[in-house]
Design a binder for this molecule. Structure first.
Ligand SMILES: [Zn+2]
Length: 116
């Protein structure tokens, strides 16, 4: 990696693109595990208090919370997407100050060149 004190805004964009390339699928939301009762009468699982385990993904659409049932066998894949989402957020957090610093350096350089 190039020394961040000398990188250009273009370097930051390229760095972000290459880091993000391995982070797909990228998902935001939260996966939660719950146990819920069913509608069957005299269900042994419900009567024992064990109930029925399931996973639900909570996300947002146009500001409203949406819940989607996630079958157990899809949980690892969904979890990987959510982990990638967190990693991408972390990258974007790192990119912002680096990008702004690079833009400021470029502005300073452009001013120097105009004067000389
Ligand atoms: Zn049941």
């Amino acid at each position: 990696m190039k020394d961040s004190r000398f990188e250009t805004s273009f370097d930051v964009v390229r760095w972000l693109e290459s880091e993000a390339a391995g982070l797909w699928p990228t998902l935001l939301g939260s996966l939660s595990f719950r146990r819920s009762p069913c509608v069957r009468e005299n269900c042994p699982a419900c009567m024992s208090g064990e109930q029925h385990p399931s996973y639900v993904l909570y996300g947002r659409r146009k500001g409203r919370r949406v819940a989607v049932y996630v079958p157990a066998e899809l949980v690892p894949e969904v979890q990987r997407g959510l982990d990638n989402g967190r990693a991408l957020q972390e990258l974007l957090q790192q990119a912002a100050p680096r990008y702004v610093k690079a833009l400021k350096r470029e502005r300073t350089e452009a001013r120097k060149n105009r004067k000389s």
